[in-house]
Design a protein. Sequence first.
Lengths: 673, 58
Amino acid sequence: MKIENFRQFRGIQEIEFINPSLPEGNVTVIFGENGRGKTGLFRAIMFCLFGERRLSQDGGVSHKEIQLVNTSALEATEGAPVRTSVDLEFMHDKKIYNLRRAIRGMIDAGQIIEEEDEKKLIVTIDGNSKTLATSEIDPTINNILDRRVKDYFLFDGEKIERLTRANIEQQKEISAGIRNLLNVDALETSIRIIGRVAKTIDRELSDSSNEELSRIMNRLSDNEEEQNRLQQQIEGLANEIRLARHEIEKTDNELEKFNEIRHLLERRKSLERELNTLEQQAKDFLAEMRNQVCKAASLIVAPTVINVFEHIEHQKQKGEIPSEIRHDLIERIINEKRCICGNDICEGSESYNHIMDWLKRTKDIKTQDVALSLWRHLGDVRNHFGDDASIVERNLQQYGNITSDIANINRNLENVRNQIGTSERQDATKLEGHRKSLQDNIISLIANDRRAQEQFEQLKQENDRLRALLKEEKLKVGLNDEMSRRSILVRDTQDALTEVYNQFTCEIKKLIGDSATQIFRELLDKEGRDNLRTIVVNDDYSLQVLDRYKKPFLANISAGQRQIMSISIIAALAITASQGKKIEIPLFMDTPFGRLSYEHRQHLINIVPTFASQWVLLATDTEFRRQEAQLLKNGGKWAKFYLLHSTGEGNTEIRQQDIDSAQVILRDEEEYQ
Amino acid sequence: MSDDKYTTPNVNALIIEKLNAYPKAVRELAIQAIKLSEQYSEAAVADQLQTILRKLAK
């Protein structure tokens, strides 16, 4: 990359990311203090590729407020225009691309104005070069890398931090990331438009057709409106719950300033953690017991089953089922009044009476077969009763134990809360009171949310039923009716698109979770790996880490592990953005070491170069020291080392350094203490 | 580490693949709705879809 008068970089300066004498080297370290322009180099690449000035870390700052032209160059020319350019040479799919983007900056009436100056792309294949038309440049670049996902190749400290906390920022980041990756705007828009078209056609159909059809369509329309209202209510409640929890966190931080109640706060934190775990266990148990409703239901009829089985068993033992003498033979004997031995049988005689008894006791063949089949089946069922009863009893007992433990913890919590609330410090008491009202509010919000979700689910089921009914009515109106056919087709398409969207977002969340898990486990130290097993992206786009028992554990992981988790998620998004291939575009990581222990840093340094074609590490002196430099050197992938040196007046010079000089330039950990 | 260790499928192909499970007319209308939504305004797409619907429903 060659930059000219770009941001802090005055004049023409170059960075080469590869070292021809170390072809497998793919790590570049750019070292400099804060404000020297480390992120500016990533910004230069994005500007050159896409004409973009803003990065996601700029937040609400507008495009026009980001100045690209070097200020001191402008001042030196005393008002004459200054050219600012970025030239990028890169390889993709065996082609070499030489891209230039330039602007012209000048001072006009005290304002800095920047205008587009040049845009040029030369593509070389097998030594043959071609200059593309200006109109072809942006589509060509977008085909290589979609601009929507460009931000996933810069891992900055803020992005990493945003993902470490289970809050609305985390969910927004993940949700936005996944939506950008999926490119679902078109899919979401098409679902919305198809819905509109469906409503228009149904309105026309309703105006022109029978009463029953109109009634169903009106009802469906009212329900759909109510569903939308409930959906918004549910989202609003989720947001309120999140804010209340965030407020509780802030209150807890305030309370920790009171030394005299710190032990109580620790005790409360421990009890609340325990309570969360138990409540989750209780929830899991309830879900498990719901799955075993069949077992429990069968136990209700157990006495009847056993009675019937024993009755048939008794008849079997008496020789009545199957009967020792066939029923039809006995009937024949009675009708012919002659025994099988040939003797006559007179009505009213002893023999005749015996035979009549047999007749009463025996059943016809069909009934006997049914009875025997029933006996066998009931025998199988009866065999399970013992086990089923044990399982149900055990679950009920365990559930009972858990609810009892929960009740105990709640009592202890109440005690601790009262003690905090009645401490001699009035401000602590006030804070505790505020905390309690926030918690009561959360309980009430959760109850409202549950009610709204139940109503939503009921409406959904009713709507499914109404749609099926509507389809039947439309078919009754007549397949020859073109409007009915259009109505059916558009509704079917709406359902299809919605189903595809839901399936798709589910699958991509799982893909990202799986990819993140793979990276996560490679980055963790041994203890982390033993305990932490999986990263999951939840339905609401929040993150969760499961432990070895597949239980949620995010609340208990350390700050360093959280950082590893968020790096893993961002890497997974970047890998998915590269459509599963090795990440071609250089991965920029801005001060990723932050809170990481030495072993985690080691893993990061070893693993990132394996899934990224190039790794550009932007580092400051506090986190890139001799130890990290040695680790990189040992890995054999460190290709280039640049120092961003301040030359005064806000300008920076890019100075290439020999990698071996890192041991001289950098400091040891002890030198910071 | 092998290159395909972190392989994930092409996300764009998944949508079309899933739509293959639906009847021809539904699939066609769905694909047209997505493609048109990428290029035109909502009102324009709605109009074009009505025309496509009439053809498919015949």
